[in-house]
Design a protein around this ligand. Structure first.
Ligand SMILES: Cc1ncc(COP(=O)(O)O)c(C=O)c1O
Length: 318
């Protein structure tokens, strides 16, 4: 299809989205993690066509902002199908969640509980814990997640403010990591469950295993199809998910669903020889399509759509 469009003479950069591969990936998630309810991380690709494909397949959402919440609600999603999975939220965004009935949200600090309490005391909280042991190429530990030595203090605040804590979440980091990273986080999750029991707080009922799965992991043994069955097996023993009336297990896949589902077509409009190097100039850039190459070190596999002779002719005409 891309070739036909390019041959028709269009020079602008554009993208082609393969919605069937999005649908196939949802099926793959259900095949490998049947007891883990998907909440697609909208931020990883918020194209309305992807979000709608996920909604049409009956899946749920992880939103990181009021704009994302609005987008999925506009498609018809119910507020109960959304978790507001940004541990640090602006006040206006919390108000927005409140006004739209989105109750479940993550947090990772005493200050955030205090803020949520002021605006939305009926909110239900998921404590995002820090990840200390991961081999993910892009860990998120520095930015988000409560370290173990703060759990007591944070839970004290929740208890004092009478905020309802529903569960625990983590994010192992993006780019694909080993089962051991998930296992280590699940061991920490169990510790929080235990602490809650010891404090006589109401029993937790949500385990959120976050995102992190990849279909093209930097290290291929860490691909989704290799790691997810081990995670599923471990979860079935410690938190039996959908089969267990006490605890719901959910996950927030982003890249596992949206990575590699879009092809970007760009035109090489200039070639410059400099010493031993040849520089290609394309009509797209870091702020439109190549950001993930710089920030996630994603590898873009290029494929020419026009023959060299045709390319040279077009360049000469410009
Ligand atoms: C809270 C949260 N959940 C899920 C995701 C999705 O992560 P991934 O694309 O690695 O699955 C991200 C990051 O993009 C995130 O910050």
């Amino acid at each position: 299809m891309a070739q036909e469009i390019v041959e028709s003479g269009i020079n602008n950069s554009f993208k082609i989205l393969d919605l069937n591969s999005v649908r196939d990936r949802i099926d793959l998630w259900q095949e490998h993690l049947p007891n883990v309810q998907m909440h697609y991380a909208v931020k990883t690709n918020s194209d309305v066509k992807i979000v709608k494909a996920i909604y049409d397949k009956g899946q749920k959402f992880d939103c990181a902002s009021s704009a994302e919440i609005q987008k999925v609600i506009d498609l018809g999603a119910s507020p109960e199908d959304i978790i507001y999975a940004n541990p640090i939220k602006g006040k206006k965004h919390i108000e927005f969640a409140k006004n739209h009935g989105v109750k479940i949200m993550t947090f990772d600090s005493r200050e955030e509980v205090e803020k949520i309490h002021q605006i939305y005391p009926e909110a239900e909280l998921i404590l995002r814990i820090a990840v200390t042991n991961t081999d993910a190429p892009y860990p998120m530990g520095n930015k988000f997640g409560a370290p173990a030595d703060l759990w007591n203090d944070i839970l004290d605040t929740c208890q004092n403010l009478n905020m309802k804590v529903r569960g625990v979440s983590f994010h192992v980091g993006s780019g694909g990591c080993s089962f051991e990273a998930y296992k280590s986080c699940l061991i920490d999750t169990e510790k929080v469950f235990k602490m809650i029991r010891q404090r006589n707080m109401p029993e937790l009922d949500i385990v959120d295993i976050g995102g992190g799965f990849s279909m093209s992991a930097t290290n291929p043994v860490n691909n989704f199809t290799q790691v997810a069955p081990k995670v599923a097996n471990y979860l079935d023993n410690v938190f039996p998910g959908k089969n267990n009336k006490q605890v719901s297990v959910l996950g927030e896949p982003g890249r596992q669903i949206s990575q590699d589902t879009t092809s970007m077509i760009t035109q090489i409009f200039h070639v410059k020889e400099q010493g031993e190097n040849r520089h290609y100039y394309v009509n797209n850039g870091v702020y439109h399509g190549f950001g993930s190459q710089v920030y996630d070190r994603e590898f873009f596999l290029g494929q020419p759509l026009l023959l060299e002779a045709e390319l040279k002719k077009r360049i000469a005409q410009e």
